[in-house]
Structure formats: C-alpha cells, structure tokens
Design a protein. Structure first.
Length: 261
C-alpha cells in the first residue's frame, strides 16, 4: 500500500478504468444527459415562453428560452461532476472497495483522487457536449463561440468534482448526501442566474448568488453560446479555478485520512 504523498501519470490508469465501466453501459449513461435537459427545454419552451416576457442579461434583451438554454449546459455539467464525485465515488469506496484495491497497487491516494476528479470533469464534458448539440440544433447557441462551452464545462466539472470529493471525504453514510444536495446544490440550481437573472433578486440575495460557483459557470456558458464572452468572463474563470484550488487539497487530505489507516 502506498502511503506517502505522491503524484505521477499513474492516475490515468484510474481514469481509464472509469471510462471502461462507463462504456459498458453507454446507452444508460448517454440517455439521461440528453433527455432530461431536453424535457426542460420543451416544458419551458412550450409553457413559460408564452407567459414570460423577454429578459435582460447584462443589458442585452432576449427571449426566456434563449436565456435559459445555455444555463442548462452549466447545470448539466454541475450535476454530472458532483454526482460522480459523491454517490458514485462513495459506492466505489464503501461498497465495492475499489479504492482499497487500488491502494494495494503502486497508486497513491493523490493519484486516485485526482483521477476521480478528472473523470467527474470528463463526465461533465460528455454530457455538456451532448446537450450543446441539442441546444445548437434548436437555435439557442447561434454563435461559433458556443464550442468554448466544452472546455468551460471541463473547468466547471473540475470545480464541482473537487467539491463533491471533499464532501465524500467526510460522509459516513450514503444517505447523508441529502444534506449537501438540499442545502447547497439545490439552492445553486435555483438561484444562480439559471432560471432568471440574478438582478431580479433582492440586493443581498444577488450578492449571495454571485458567490456560488454555478453562477460563474452559467455566466460563461451563456456568454459562449450567445457569443458574448468578454474581459469580465475572466473573473468567472478565476472564480471556478479558485473553487477547484480550494476544494482539491481538502478532498485529498480528507480522503487520505479516510483511506489510510
């Protein structure tokens, strides 16, 4: 068992292992990121678009679905990465004992956890790419800059996978994931400028929303899809990098305490 802190290219072996498992049930993994957001677009497009007037995003008026559709790319990236690094990682760690088996090889804790986080970001990219194609076909990503949403999804996936792995490092029961989902992920899903602009919120609530990483991911995805990325977008990039830099060492330290006995 490797106990000393170490990081090498061996982490790709863990990433490839997860990819092989993913490919075995490709149809099951492919359909949810395609159909669930599509249902959202159809429901909001058929229902809300006739009830909600145009919205304004940074002074640019647009239809509600034009505003909402790019945010779905961000939300999909968040859910894929967070769920992979929480529920799926917990199953591998606690029920399947995969991490114990890996630690019996030359792999270190750092290599395993980084591989899991990068795999979570990879899941974000796969789902976001599928959804981006749907959004583009429906006409809600008219700019060639929309392709930038793919590396944006990877960056967001890194941030949310690191956050999820930090949560996993202190979670003692799979049922406990209800707490971060209810207290943190769901509020972000609803109030991070995804369903409506944050300036529609009271001032204090808008400031809280702008602290949430999903706000910055949604801003970047919307800017890419609409061709409105600008210098201010680098601030959103910095926020996601900061989130990743904050939670990565917490995840590694927490998982090291949990796995090395």
């Amino acid at each position: 068992m490797t106990t000393d802190p170490r990081f090498t290219g061996l982490f790709w072996a863990v990433w490839r292992r997860n990819l092989r498992v993913y490919r075995r049930i490709l149809a099951i993994n492919f359909l949810p990121p395609l159909l669930e957001p599509l249902f959202y677009l159809l429901a909001f497009g058929l229902g809300f678009s006739g009830l909600v007037a145009d919205v304004s995003w940074h002074g640019h008026p647009m239809g509600f679905i034009q505003f909402f559709a790019p945010a779905l790319v961000a939300m999909t990236a968040m859910w894929q990465a967070f769920m992979e690094a929480t529920y799926n990682a917990f199953v591998r760690m606690f029920y399947q004992k995969s991490y114990d088996a890996m630690l019996a090889t030359p792999l270190s804790v750092e290599e395993i956890i980084v591989a899991e986080i990068v795999w979570g970001a990879t899941r974000s990219v796969i789902a976001a790419t599928i959804l981006l194609g749907v959004v583009a076909v429906m006409g809600y990503a008219p700019s060639p800059e929309a392709l930038v949403a793919i590396p944006i999804a990877f960056l967001g996936g890194l941030a949310f996978a690191a956050l999820g792995m930090a949560v996993t490092s202190v979670t003692t029961s799979i049922d406990m994931y209800n707490l971060p989902l209810f207290l943190f992920i769901t509020p972000m899903f609803l109030f991070s400028g995804t369903f409506f602009p944050v300036d529609a919120l009271p001032g204090w609530a808008a400031k809280c929303a702008e602290v949430m990483p999903l706000y910055h991911l949604a801003e970047l995805a919307r800017g890419a899809c609409l061709g409105r990325l600008d210098a201010a977008s680098w601030g959103n990039v910095a926020a996601l990098v900061g989130c990743f830099a904050l939670f990565l060492p917490l995840a590694i330290a927490g998982m090291r305490r949990r796995l090395i006995r």
